[in-house]
Design a protein around this ligand. Structure first.
Ligand code: ADP
Ligand code: UVW
Ligand code: MG
Length: 395
């Protein structure tokens, strides 16, 4: 038996298959993603199975790329040799709102409720839900389990999650929720296995295409940089992060429509907007254009600035963990951030830092550093698969 985890985004469909042995979820045997699923994209499947990595262009002809990827994935999981039988599909859903603070088995009415939150995460939520519906149609006999990014942050205090807005607006659920929760659950769980200090004051940095920081004490989230929507906090690949709300009023006054504003904030800002070159840190590192350097400097500064807020909420710091595509692979970013935070007593071991790019858990702080620094390659799918298994076991 096995659990398939799915993370359906706007242009990608990521998946992994985790065998289950005597009720325990095992490391994945199949990991892959469909990319280029956006309109006019070049759909492509990449996957690793039995030690072999394959890239296959998708010939969707006139079919809608997401539906095409899905039917291809169905074929893949049914026809690869030695594939265990799928007993559940675990979906990453970024927003659970106030109602969903733990994983649940999907129903039509739950999906309807969740789609009310589409406007709060337009890059993710509609695609997450579309993914669940499509998988439910393709695999009608298999339970679909919904695993929420927001759920890990349910321990954040009401003061930390409040905006300074009138009570009638707060009572509508307008507050900070926080995201990347499946990733943070994985990172903190791994840290707790690696170091006793992880019981103390931990700052986790999930720096990928979306990016956020999370402060945890005793393994539980107490603060995070993302908020009501997935727009808040750090600068990201195509999102601006925290922005003076006055900028929005100014742009509306200048005649931007809400749709144009949404596109600007979600798709045209961040590393891409500042550099004018790319949302991908690898491309910016390779570029000599002055604006590529400005974009990297601003990204770094925003991590340092928000780290100050997390450290203040934690009232000190014992451990930092870097994760996500940038956090796991970009040693220069880790070095710059840690240098700027050296006043806290952080000292990196530069050799260990540069060596930590190979998808392995590694401690990269120097022996005499007051704060431990770790690189933890995240696995959101594993957390979702474990939740799905726990739910199935209760049935
Ligand atoms: N070797 C690398 N060096 C620097 N940045 C990298 C590297 N590999 C990936 N990245 C960055 O990580 C991003 C993808 O991160 P990831 O966590 O996989 O994103 P998401 O899950 O949000 O799609 C890329 O857009 C790129 O900016
Ligand atoms: C919530 C979010 O930004 O997720 P991702 O990093 O996958 O885009
Ligand atoms: Mg991600």
């Amino acid at each position: 038996m096995a659990i398939l985890s799915v993370n359906a985004g706007s242009s990608t469909l990521k998946f992994a298959l985790y065998p289950v042995d005597q009720g325990a979820v095992q490391p994945s045997v199949l990991v892959g993603s469909y990319e280029g699923l956006e309109p006019n994209g070049a759909p492509m499947l990449k996957y690793g199975y039995e030690g072999e990595i394959r890239s296959v262009p998708l010939d969707c002809l006139s079919r809608e790329p997401f539906a095409c990827a899905l039917s291809q994935l169905k074929n893949l999981v049914l026809t690869l040799p030695n594939i265990p039988k799928i007993q559940a599909i675990a979906h990453r859903i970024v927003h659970g709102g106030s109602l969903f603070t733990q994983s649940v088995i999907s129903t039509t009415s739950i999906l309807k409720e969740l789609s009310k939150l589409n406007v709060l995460a337009p890059l993710h939520q509609p695609h997450n839900i579309e993914g669940v519906r499509a998988f439910a149609n393709a695999f009608p006999d298999i339970p679909q389990v919904l695993c929420f990014d927001t759920a890990y942050h349910k321990t954040v205090s009401s003061i930390e999650s409040a905006f300074a807005l009138p009570a009638e607006i707060t009572s509508q659920g307008v507050r900070r929720y926080g995201f990347h929760g499946l990733s943070y659950q994985y990172i903190i769980g791994t840290l707790l296995d690696c170091t006793k200090r992880a019981q103390g004051r931990v700052m986790m940095a999930h720096l990928g295409n979306g990016a956020s920081l999370c402060a945890a004490i005793g393994g539980k989230s107490i603060a995070t940089t993302m908020g009501f929507s997935a727009l808040d906090g750090l600068m990201m690949g195509t999102r601006a992060g925290s922005l003076d709300a006055g900028v929005l009023l100014y742009l509306l006054d200048k005649g931007l429509t809400p749709e144009q504003l949404e596109k600007l904030l979600y798709k045209k800002s961040g590393l891409l907007g500042v550099s004018g070159i790319s949302a991908d840190m690898r491309k910016l590192r390779a570029s000599k254009e002055p604006l590529a350097i400005v974009a990297i400097d601003l990204f770094t500064h925003r991590v340092v600035r928000e780290a100050g807020a997390m450290v203040a909420c934690l009232e000190g710091l014992d451990v930092i963990a870097f994760s996500g595509g940038i956090g796991e692979h970009d040693s220069r970013l880790r070095q710059s951030v840690c240098e700027k935070l050296s006043w806290l007593g952080i000292k990196l071991d530069e050799t260990l830092n540069q060596a930590a790019t190979n998808d392995a858990i590694s401690k990269i702080s120097a022996e005499d550093s007051a704060i431990e620094v770790w690189v933890i390659p995240t696995d959101e799918g594993l957390v979702a698969a474990r939740d799905a298994q726990a739910l199935l076991a209760q049935r």
